[in-house]
Design a protein around this ligand. Structure first.
Ligand code: SAM
Ligand code: SF4
Length: 345
């Protein structure tokens, strides 16, 4: 017996220490974009004619699983699958079921997704069976014609059927709506009522200057500070302490009993509590939505890195997480050249 035999073996420091950035923020939330493709072309997100990435540049399902699992081993507790539209990725359910194994072990607390809802009716039962408990569905209007215009061809009925199917499968649904000055501003109270009547939270999002799109997005920018003031002229909004570590702030609408979130990346500073990083479908790690910082994890794994080397590369990227973002709607050029559909919203 050696003097060390009674000391329990320590897990390797690479795997054991949580991911903490250079400013002391623990990173526990990964947003994983599984594709840059989408069946819609929302005006604030994509150009009408998009050139999508060649397949070879996009991570395979196995590569997505490997990198996501490395994050889980480093303390990631929540993964949100996004895109593009995650439910148009071929084999998507294999990825969801695969990552579901981390829910079963308890290593991962939540696996969720953000979807445009067009294929949710088809996938909701399988998502629930794989351990998904909540989904975010993007829906900016209750008017079929406006929906068709904003998404360049989308069918609102399909999205609403998707919401109903998700709820029938036992999933909680949060509705996301981008606030647009000339399109849906007057309709926001209706959207809130629609969501709350169905037991859904609703989160309003301010437009962000990401990627070149056809329209001049400054024309449609609507400050949520103004939306809130307008809603408060006829509703009672009670601040909720709920914090997700992101840019959302929540209130309860006393009259409907439901929750309403405001995502205001442009008019509020949320960076000091930021707990999240994003991985694009090409394997680039972005630790800040509003900065160009990037770590190419695809190059790392395609060069044959071991799990320890991958973990080191992730740590290096997280260590360099910028202190804060740099958005400013007044600029004509996007603050960040990549599209939201590439980064994952
Ligand atoms: N396709 C899925 C969907 O629409 O929910 C997931 C990806 S989408 C990029 C994620 C979220 O980002 C959506 O709620 C969408 O409305 C939002 N989004 C896209 N472009 C945006 C922009 N420029 N400013 C603010 N939100 C944006
Ligand atoms: Fe597609 Fe979502 Fe972008 Fe709309 S917001 S174009 S649904 S990725």
């Amino acid at each position: 017996m050696t003097p060390y035999d009674d000391i329990a073996p320590r897990p390797s420091p690479v795997a054991a220490a949580p991911l903490v950035d250079g400013f002391g923020r623990t990173v526990s939330y990964l947003r994983l974009s599984v594709t840059d493709r989408c069946d819609l072309r929302c005006v604030y997100c994509m150009a009408e004619h998009m050139t999508f990435l060649p397949k070879a540049e996009v991570l395979t399902l196995e590569e997505l699983d490997r990198i996501a699992s490395a994050f889980v081993a480093l303390g990631t507790r929540k993964i949100r699958l996004t895109g593009g539209e995650p439910l148009v990725r071929k084999g998507m359910m294999d990825l969801v079921r695969g990552l579901g194994r981390h829910l079963a072990t308890g290593a991962l607390k939540e696996l969720t997704l953000t979807t445009n809802g067009t294929r949710l009716a088809e996938f909701a039962p399988d998502l629930a069976a794989a351990g998904v408990r909540r989904v975010n569905v993007s829906m900016d209007t209750l008017k079929p014609d406006l929906f068709r215009r904003l998404t360049r061809g989308g069918d609102l009925g399909k999205v609403q059927a998707g919401v109903a199917a998700a709820q029938a499968a036992g999933l909680s649904v949060k509705i996301n709506a981008v606030a647009l000055k000339d399109s849906n501003a007057a309709e926001i109270p209706e959207l809130v009522r629609w969501a709350h009547e169905r037991g859904c939270d609703l989160t309003l999002i301010e437009t962000m200057p990401m990627g070149e799109v056809d329209a001049d997005r400054t024309d449609e920018f609507l400050s949520l500070r103004d939306v809130r003031a307008e809603l408060e002229s006829f509703w009672t909004l009670e601040d909720l302490p709920l914090s997700t570590g992101g840019p959302a702030r929540y209130v309860r609408v006393a009259e409907t009993g439901g929750r309403l979130g405001f995502i205001t990346p442009l008019s509020h500073n949320f960076c000091e509590s930021c707990n999240r990083v994003r991985l694009t479908c090409t394997g680039t790690l972005h630790t800040c939505l509003g900065q160009e910082d990037a770590t190419d994890l695809r190059a790392v794994i395609r060069a044959g890195a071991t799990d320890a080397e991958l973990a080191e590369a992730i740590r290096g990227g997280v260590d360099a997480k910028p202190k804060g973002h740099d958005f400013q709607i007044a600029r004509k050029a996007p603050a960040v050249a990549r599209h939201m559909s590439t980064t994952g919203g």
